[in-house]
Design a protein around this ligand. Structure first.
Ligand SMILES: [Zn+2]
Ligand SMILES: [Zn+2]
Length: 341
């Protein structure tokens, strides 16, 4: 594969500034790294939180993007898992130290020295990107780059949130019906669960989308569900939804907050938490979450609904996501040509 010297990238230089289209040198892979020719990269709410300065310690300047579908273009020394031409995916968890108490205890998602793609490490809003081969995934056959990109964060972290809600939960509420929700609803329905979808009041487009994805009920987040929920997943970054979800959840039920940032949670009476209800968050993902989800997705099969933008329109894609008017997941198509299975 011929590798050029320069690449186009969309560069983040500070909070509240649009990304700037620049030409940068194509990086060289170090030991254990692969150089990736990016095919597609998903756009995530986390990117909006970085842009808004709500996640306050990004590397600067930074190439955003942590749902990368790519072809391995070159391998660094010591790379054993992949060879040039392989199709891989890169998630948010970019690297861990492998030896802190969390890594050793099977919680690498909480690693003390984790580095995240498109935050601590340059990500996929560019024609080329580097990744640590140990944190890359093989992309399942049958998904185009555009279809596969949302699996890498919306799917994987959504799956972790779903898993932590508890296997025994039969009826499950989902608050915020975007990229993660539409993927996880398909998994949940496949596993025989009843999904109740809650959207911004009056967002009938999102409610119809949820019903199309298999939810048995869809309504406004201000409306109680027809019956108490066994568990609730919150994907919208709105703290008041924690209170709404607790109100809607039965005794002993779990409310899982799936996002990396949320507005403040308003105070609420203790009786909403009483009777062993649980509120918990989900942070990042482990490689096990990713492997499990990518094995499960083709069996369901999970279909991704995407809206695609060219790389140089990353700012428009982010704005579209911020507006809340997007149905499904936003994806930057970086190289359309190899859009093969
Ligand atoms: Zn994400
Ligand atoms: Zn660690």
């Amino acid at each position: 594969m011929k590798i050029p010297n320069k690449m186009t990238a969309m560069l983040f230089e500070g909070a509240d500034q649009p990304l700037r289209q620049v030409e940068l040198p194509v990086p060289s892979p170090g030991p254990g790294q692969v150089l990736l020719k990016v095919l597609a990269c998903g756009v995530c709410h986390t990117d909006l939180h970085i842009l808004a300065g709500e996640l306050s310690r990004p590397k600067l300047p930074l190439i955003l993007g942590h749902q990368i579908v790519a072809i391995v273009a070159q391998t660094g020394t010591g790379v054993t898992r992949f060879t040039p031409g392989d199709r891989v995916g890169v998630p948010w968890l970019g690297r861990t130290d492998g030896d802190c108490r969390f890594c050793r205890g099977g919680q690498e998602n909480l690693c003390d020295r984790a580095e995240f793609t498109g935050y601590d490490l340059d990500g996929g809003f560019a024609e080329y990107s580097l990744a640590d081969e140990r944190f890359c995934f093989a992309i399942p056959a049958g998904y185009t780059p555009k279809q596969a990109a949302p699996l890498l964060c919306a799917g994987m972290i959504g799956y972790r949130a779903y898993r932590l809600a508890g296997e025994e939960a039969q009826s499950m509420g989902i608050y915020g019906f975007g990229a993660a929700a539409h993927l996880i609803t398909q998994v949940a329905v496949h596993q025989g669960k009843d999904i109740y979808a809650f959207t911004r009041p009056g967002d009938t487009v999102a409610q119809e989308f949820a019903l199309r994805m298999g939810a048995i009920w869809a309504g406004d987040s201000t409306t109680p569900p027809p019956a108490p929920l066994d568990a609730a997943l919150i994907f919208a970054p709105v703290g008041s939804l924690v209170v709404a979800a607790l109100k809607a959840t039965r005794k002993g039920g779990t409310v899982v907050c799936g996002g990396i940032h949320m507005s403040d949670i308003p105070s609420f009476p203790y009786h909403l938490l009483w009777e062993e209800r649980i509120v918990r968050s989900v942070a990042n993902l482990t490689r096990r979450d990713g492997e499990e989800f990518l094995a499960l997705a083709p069996q369901v099969p999970v279909r991704t609904e995407t809206v695609a933008f060219p790389l140089v329109q990353a700012n428009q894609a982010l704005e579209f996501l911020r507006s809340g008017d997007l149905t499904g997941a936003a994806v930057l198509l970086v190289d359309e040509a190899p859009d093969s299975l």
